[in-house]
Write a protein that binds this ligand. Structure first.
Ligand SMILES: C[S@@+](CC[C@H](N)C(=O)[O-])C[C@H]1O[C@@H](n2cnc3c(N)ncnc32)[C@H](O)[C@@H]1O
Length: 271
């Protein structure tokens, strides 16, 4: 178990480096999450592990720590309403003559979100040739998984059979029970490690839609406000921001206009 002083050192470091706020009495969570890494390094005390992270000047160990701490729960077509809206929007934009679509999934975890976006775009657009998604996360571990695009059968339950067959390759033999995103999906998505508390972000704008879902819940209002201001600048006028259903921005210092719960627009008509 971690003593209070050492836990506070972890909390401060994690907040400073990732914006993630750990509540008081999360000692056992931190302890459980870093245990495996400490075993790999043959380090037995938490204080010693913190010193090791500090001594590691190229920041690799910090990445390991943040990998261990971040919560990566996600699934295909999570909060489905956003994908229905996205399909409507891109169809409308295409009818208006727009050729390209640029989307950023700003905390993409293991890739289910950007691949759900990619499927939505391919299904909605008559010509998806210039539809691109940039997907990022702070955790290199989840990004590796996302890039491989391989999932277990139980993770595919939210995907209608027709779309599953169209966009995923079913494993055979030793890969039985696994599904891999087909190149048509993988080629639409570029994965990159981006820490949301460290703007400016290496993402070329202007963007049509930003998915920043279920990550701001870990941030305090200072980090949230800074992130929202950056994302506002990166969207094109009338671009959309989708946030998690549990994270309302009401009361936040933000220039966005609310469209419906968890959907915001950079309203070009607003002064
Ligand atoms: C709960 S998952 C959300 C995944 C997906 N957006 C969804 O809604 O299903 C939260 C993700 O945020 C990432 N994360 C946490 N802090 C971050 C930061 N400072 N910068 C970028 N990503 C971060 C975590 O690594 C994790 O993969």
């Amino acid at each position: 178990m971690i003593d209070k002083r050492t836990f506070d050192r972890f909390r401060e470091l994690i907040y400073r480096e990732s914006g993630i706020t750990l509540r008081e009495n999360k000692e056992s969570l931190v302890s459980a999450r870093v245990a495996k890494r400490m075993r790999e390094l043959n380090i037995s005390s938490h204080g010693e592990y913190l010193d090791f992270i500090k001594r590691d000047k190229d920041g690799n160990e910090l990445v390991h720590l943040l990998d261990a701490i971040s919560t990566n729960v996600t699934h295909f077509f999570r909060e489905e309403r956003h994908f229905k809206l996205l399909a409507k929007l891109v169809r409308r934009w295409e009818k208006e003559g727009r050729r390209s679509v640029r989307i950023w999934c700003a905390a993409c975890s293991t890739g289910e979100e950007p691949y759900s976006v990619a499927i939505t775009l391919r299904e909605a657009l008559a010509d998806p040739t210039d539809a691109r998604i940039i997907a990022s996360d702070i955790s290199t571990r989840v990004l590796e998984k996302a890039q491989r695009g391989i999932y277990e059968a139980r993770q595919m339950e939210n995907i209608p059979q027709l779309l599953l067959a169209r966009y995923f390759q079913r494993g055979r033999g030793r890969a039985d029970g696994l599904y891999r995103a087909k190149p048509v999906l993988r080629d639409m998505v570029v994965f990159r490690r981006i820490n949301l508390i460290a703007p400016p972000y290496p993402v070329r704008g202007p963007l049509d839609v930003i998915f920043c879902r279920n990550v701001m819940i870990y941030f305090d209002n200072t980090v949230r406000a800074q992130l929202l201001a950056s994302m506002y600048d990166m969207l094109r006028p009338n671009g959309y921001l989708m946030v998690g259903h549990a994270e309302s921005l009401s009361g936040m210092l933000s220039s966005f206009t609310s469209v419906e719960p968890s959907v915001y627009i950079k309203d070009s008509a607003k002064k």
